[in-house]
Design a protein around this ligand. Structure first.
Ligand code: ME8
Length: 517
């Protein structure tokens, strides 16, 4: 693989980021950092979605201009991602001039092609989804099943996109490309939704919604959020619908993975794909839908008052680095399924995996090396054994999981070899071997732990970049190495560490809980 691109959904800026948004950005960042270890040219795109009735209304309620609300809240997302070490290459805002201009051109191109047409329409509009719903989408109370609110009856003359024209091509594409929708159990859901699709409204009358991108050839209409929002994935790369696109588009498109939540899969695997087909642009390789994070098993909502931000968790546990939170978010849900955050689970899981299991193993092994060998690895200690095989196998397993965006499952493979190494050290008791004067055997046991921990440091790096860098420093390896460079017997003979250089890898979390009960 010589290039890799990944995108996240772009978040609405009518509120501040919460741990659900953080979950998605962390999963994507971990995936990205993993593929950076396999590939030289990489691009990670994220950003904020800033137009639409919801933002217009929130700003009006606050008595400020929508742009001011967008500027303030978009910055909150950037700050949160900085706090969580989200290593994106570009942060797009749908209020960026370049984005707006290209969206207008995309719209005009589809209009000229006849894929967009004007039509008088009456429909039920959910401002939560920023979407028209059909009566069969509603629950038994006539409410939107996602937002629990009754949609508004809207009657307007709008532009429509001929989604139905692409129905058969999309069905065929999904059936012929089993990796297109991940996890695969979601593909049937999309195929079912495709059965009932209709053409979709892609503009709103300016008299009803003014916070949007104007239709160039008809300024009384604004381009309605989904065509605006979805296009971000290519406007960010400087796609040009009428001529030669920018270098980033030529290098990175199509994206390898587009990571989004399960609630917006329909928009991505149907609407977005149809738009790309209409533009005759290549399709992304995989759309991956993650599940949702609940808090203490409850849906996060402003009305329940249980929305927590990643910063709340970091502050409550006095974390100076985001590694533990990143790790927990990744392991909180099996691939594509919902996960749950609770302070107790967070604390228990990271203390067990990162402090007791991984951190202590390295720490006590390094201390023994100092105690018995003055921190030196001797030529006679260098060996291969069962742990070498397990760690080399783990690399292949981790890669295979990442190919399917099984980020939680990949973490389990890493922790499994740490467990195995803990068992190995306990079974082989280097402290007893030292007491019995079996120094070569003692050194071999310690060596095999360090050699395994080199692989662990590199494999865990995407999840816990700071912890991994600390481990790599103590093992004297380069944290930026590629996965292909991982080999048996990476540590050479010589001084590995001074006692004074040994540092704990991760301290147990024992502070106050984040959510005060
Ligand atoms: O949908 N757990 O924006 P958004 C996990 N602007 N993920 C969650 C979550 C939770 N509790 N709550 C939200 C939008 N998300 C559009 C996207 S893309 C062209 C436009 C996820 O701010 C959600 O599934 O409502 C989505 O992927 C992302 O956060 C942004 O949600």
């Amino acid at each position: 693989m010589n290039k890799f691109m990944v995108t996240t959904a772009i978040d609405y800026v009518n509120g501040a980021p919460h741990i659900g948004h953080a979950f998605e950005k962390i999963l994507t960042d971990v995936l990205f950092r993993h593929f950076k270890q396999r590939c030289d040219k990489t691009f990670f795109l994220t950003g904020t979605d800033e137009h639409g009735i919801k933002i217009q209304k929130t700003a009006a309620t606050m008595g400020i201009e929508p742009k001011q609300l967008c500027d303030e809240n978009s910055q909150k997302f950037k700050d949160a991602w900085a706090l969580l070490d989200i290593n994106y290459d570009k942060f797009i805002r749908t209020t960026d001039e370049q984005h707006k201009k290209i969206v207008q051109e995309i719209f005009e191109k589809l209009l000229k092609k006849g894929d967009i047409y004007k039509h008088k329409y009456e429909g039920l509009y959910c401002s939560g989804c920023e979407s028209f719903l059909s009566p069969k989408d509603l629950d038994e109370n006539g409410c939107c099943p996602i937002h629990g609110k009754k949609p508004e009856l809207v009657s307007e003359e709008n532009y429509f996109f001929k989604l139905t024209k692409y129905k058969d091509a999309i069905i065929k594409y999904i059936k012929e490309n089993p990796d297109f929708i991940m996890p695969s159990f979601r593909a049937n859901e999309v195929l079912n939704q495709l059965e009932n699709i209709e053409d979709i409204s892609v503009s709103r009358a300016k008299s009803n919604v003014n916070w949007g991108i104007e239709v160039k050839s008809d300024p009384e209409q604004v381009i309605y959020v989904w065509i605006d929002a979805l296009s971000n994935y290519i406007t960010a790369l400087n796609y040009n619908p009428n001529g030669e696109s920018g270098e980033n588009f030529k290098t990175f498109w199509p994206a390898n993975f587009q990571i989004i939540g399960k609630d917006i899969l329909k928009f991505h695997s149907i609407y977005w794909i149809a738009i790309l087909m209409a533009l005759e642009v290549e399709l992304p390789k995989t759309i991956y839908a993650h599940g949702w994070i609940t808090i203490d098993k409850n849906k996060m909502s402003k009305s329940t008052g249980n929305v927590i931000s990643p910063k709340t968790v970091m502050d409550a546990f006095e974390l100076s680095e985001p590694d533990a939170f990143r790790y927990f978010m990744c392991v909180s849900a099996p691939s594509g399924k919902d996960g749950n955050y609770s302070d107790e689970d967070f604390k228990e899981r990271v203390n067990a995996d990162l402090a007791n299991n991984m951190g202590n193993l390295l720490n006590r092994s390094l201390n023994m090396l100092c105690k018995y060998f003055d921190g030196n690895i001797l030529e006679e200690h260098i060996c291969e054994n069962i742990l070498t095989a397990s760690s080399m196998n783990a690399i292949a397993k981790v890669k295979a999981h990442f190919d399917k965006v099984e980020i939680s499952e990949a973490a389990s493979e890493i922790i499994n070899i740490v467990d195995e190494a803990n068992k190995f050290i306990n079974d082989n008791a280097p402290w007893t071997l030292a007491k019995e004067g079996k120094m070569r055997e003692c050194g071999e046991v310690l060596y095999s732990i360090f050699d395994l921990m080199c692989k662990v440091a590199i494999l865990i790096y995407p999840y816990c970049p700071n912890i991994a860098a600390n481990m790599a420093q103590q093992l004297k390896i380069d944290i930026n190495m590629k996965l292909d460079e991982l080999k048996p017997k990476m540590i050479k003979a010589g001084k590995l560490i001074e006692k004074s250089e040994i540092q704990p890898v991760f301290l147990r979390l024992d502070s106050e809980f984040a959510v005060k009960k």
